[in-house]
Design a protein around this ligand. Structure first.
Ligand code: NIG
Ligand code: FE
Length: 424
């Protein structure tokens, strides 16, 4: 056995625990000054003052890693991304800058449908390359675990292709957790005002979900419940089918209007209800009383140029479990960086830096069922560690708009060194 000693750290800053943190406790970060971390066999064997490293462990250390005086935080856990897409939508973005709305563009044949066309046309190998490149960008910005959704294929062949690409690219610097989002939209060949509407839902339930399950391609199942897309009842039907095949529900809920998505998520025991810009009082109460995570995506409000952010303070103060994600996708949030998400959560949604950091790490890990393995720097967990070029964690928000990530370990492996991807 050979262990690595990470030394010359200014601090370790981390939430603590193997489950989600709610309420005031989200502000309680553990901080150790001038610490070391010992990584053994991919896991954190020790994190604390150097003089207290157990002697037997000290004897195992064969390598030293100089952290250059940086601050160690847990790798970010990004629990909502649409990574396997082809093509970009910068011209739609430019139309939005000139006043058209996201919904108007979608109704004119753009939006999810336009990424759908490009993604169907891409071969699986091309998607692997695209997902791999985006995962590298995520790692460079401090993410070590990310959820990734299908949802641009919208037929059996292309949904499977997207999920297979996620599986292959998940071997890289970011651990990818796959979600089947076959009910992201109706496919372009389907007239949603005709019997074809019910036929597509039937196809998702009877054909796509069982095939995804048979190949073990997804851990979660998601639906876009929204005015003009899937109704609450249609969403429920799809999520129950997913659950019957072993996929835990997550929901795009109350993003552009209040469709009671949050309450649906809580009633189904979903892992998360995501977006929530238009969540109702009833939805807030339902999440606060449940273990369903309120997953907030402030980069989407920002990128859609909306003044409407999810009511993060209210959710958190009433006791909901809050997490944060990028929503990385080519239409409503074209970023891989959890740093900007933490900055927006703090500066626009009024979370404290401490709450934002807990939301972006441990609570995200909980929503993926991984709080036992990652989300904090604690003995026994996977060594998913980010070293920031900063004297303390406040710089994460204070020093905004630049990349503070210097080194990243995923499961003990150095995947980013001096701001560059390490190829092995
Ligand atoms: O989370 N709301 C649905 N899905 C994405 C947008 C996808 C797209 O525009 O391509 C979202 O915002
Ligand atoms: Fe999304």
């Amino acid at each position: 056995m050979s262990a690595t000693l990470i030394r010359n750290l200014s601090r370790i800053v981390t939430p603590r625990g193997r489950t989600a943190v709610r309420g005031r406790a989200m502000r309680e970060l553990a901080i150790v000054e001038s610490p070391v971390i010992v990584v053994n066999d991919g896991r954190i064997a020790y994190a604390g003052r150097e003089r207290d490293v157990p002697r037997a462990l000290r004897r195992e250390v064969t390598r030293d890693f100089d952290a250059g005086g940086g601050t160690a935080i847990p790798g970010f856990v990004d629990t909502h991304t649409h990574l396997p897409f082809a093509g970009y939508r910068e011209s739609e973005f430019n139309r939005r800058l000139k006043g058209e709305t996201y919904q108007q563009i979608a109704e004119s044949g753009g939006g999810i449908a336009s990424t759908g066309r490009a993604t169907r046309a891409a071969r699986e190998g091309e998607l692997v390359t695209l997902v791999g490149a985006r995962a590298n960008t995520m790692a460079l910005h401090g993410t070590t675990t990310a959820e990734a959704k299908s949802g641009y294929g919208l037929n059996l062949h292309d949904e499977l292709k997207q999920l297979r690409a996620i599986r292959t690219a998940g071997e890289g610097p970011v651990r990818l957790v796959p979600t089947c989002l076959a009910a992201h939209e109706f496919p372009p060949e389907c007239d949603r005002r005709s019997p074809q509407r019910a036929e597509y839902i039937e196809r998702v339930v009877e054909e796509i979900i069982p095939a995804v399950a048979a190949e073990k391609l997804a851990r979660f199942c998601d639906v876009f419940v929204e005015d003009g897309v899937f109704t609450r009842d249609e969403g429920e039907r799809v999520l129950r089918a997913g659950a019957a095949h072993g996929m835990t529900p997550r929901i795009h809920a109350d993003e552009l209007s209040d469709t009671d998505g949050a309450a649906l998520a809580a009633s189904l025991g979903a892992a998360s209800a995501d977006h929530l810009m238009f969540i109702s009082e009833r939805g807030i109460d339902a999440l606060a009383a449940s273990d369903t995570v309120a997953n907030l995506l402030p980069a989407t409000s920002f990128f859609l140029m909306s003044e409407r952010f999810a009511p993060a303070r209210t959710l958190l103060d009433r006791g909901a479990i809050v997490s944060l994600s990028t929503d990385c996708n080519p239409g409503s949030s074209m970023t891989e960086s959890m740093q900007i998400v933490v900055q927006l959560a703090t500066l626009r949604m009024k979370l404290t830096v401490e709450e934002s950091l807990t939301a972006a790490t441990l609570n995200g890990a909980y929503s993926l069922g991984l709080a036992d393995e990652t989300g904090s720097i604690e003995e026994g967990k996977l060594a998913d560690i980010v070293i920031l070029d900063a004297p303390n964690y406040l710089h994460l928000v204070y020093h905004f708009g630049v990349n503070l990530v210097r080194h990243v370990f995923r499961g003990g492996e150095l995947v980013v060194r001096d701001g560059r991807i390490q190829t092995h």
